[in-house]
Design a protein around this ligand. Structure first.
Ligand SMILES: [Zn+2]
Length: 239
């Protein structure tokens, strides 16, 4: 999907109508959808589609180029005008972990200058992990970083999204720290930037909170060494 996501334009839009563009048993293409398609280690949104024949759950989103299919829980074929509903509770859980991963990333980047993220995974069960290219640090030091993350959560720091010229990003140090979570530029060459006021600023296409205080505290459950240079930090929402 190369256009601006509807969920980026309207983060609180959890229900809307849509027209079916194409359908097959168990899958449907819509002319618009507020579901986030996932990507960069973040799971896609789920939800429901209400159609003439009833309500069916959307279990995920499958993207191939510009073609986006919503996968359905039952092998039904839907047609005409439908109502799309986002599972807002699940969205909120993922957005908390995703925003918290930016905070963790910023803290690691600050304490161990220049450290890059080599992978990330945000799940819908309240767990996540980040991999860092970090070889010289004691695992116990990394395990204790959740206190610093929770301090930023407690401080209720504003989170904003803006757009910058994609060409300018290459010349701004630190703006794209992890290529794996960078979203594609919009058709007019704009890149979405997520800024946690005074903490973190980087290109990202995921779903985020608008204030860090909307997150519950996190707990780092495990730090593993992955090969010579990589550390994997696992964390959970602690409530
Ligand atoms: Zn993000």
């Amino acid at each position: 999907m190369s256009s601006v996501y509807l969920c980026h334009q309207f983060p609180d839009l959890h229900e809307h109508s849509a027209d079916v563009l194409d359908a097959a048993p168990g899958r449907v293409r819509l002319d618009r959808s507020a579901l986030h398609p996932g990507g960069g280690g973040q799971v896609s949104d789920t939800g429901w589609v209400e159609h003439a024949g009833g309500v069916v759950a959307i279990t995920g989103v499958e993207t191939a180029g510009d073609v986006v299919w919503h996968l359905l829980a039952e092998p039904v074929s839907v047609a005409g005008e439908v109502v799309v509903r986002v599972d807002a509770e699940r969205r909120a859980r993922v957005a908390q972990l995703h925003t918290d991963s930016h905070i963790l990333n910023a803290i690691v980047f600050e304490r161990f200058p220049g450290t890059l993220v080599t992978g990330a995974q945000i799940n819908d069960d309240g767990t996540g992990r980040m991999d860092f290219d970090l070889s010289e640090v004691d695992n116990d030091v990394l395990r204790s970083l959740d206190a610093a993350v929770n301090d930023v959560i407690r401080r209720e720091v504003e989170v904003r999204s803006t757009y910058v010229d994609a060409a300018a990003v290459a010349t701004t140090a630190g703006l794209v720290r992890s290529l794996s979570v960078a979203p594609p530029p919009t058709p007019d060459g704009q890149l979405r930037i997520i800024e946690i006021d005074g903490i973190d600023r980087q290109a990202c296409g995921g779903t985020h909170l608008s204030n860090t205080g909307q997150s519950g505290p996190i707990r780092i459950t495990k730090v593993e060494s992955k090969g010579k240079r990589n550390r994997r930090i696992r964390f959970v929402l602690d409530r």
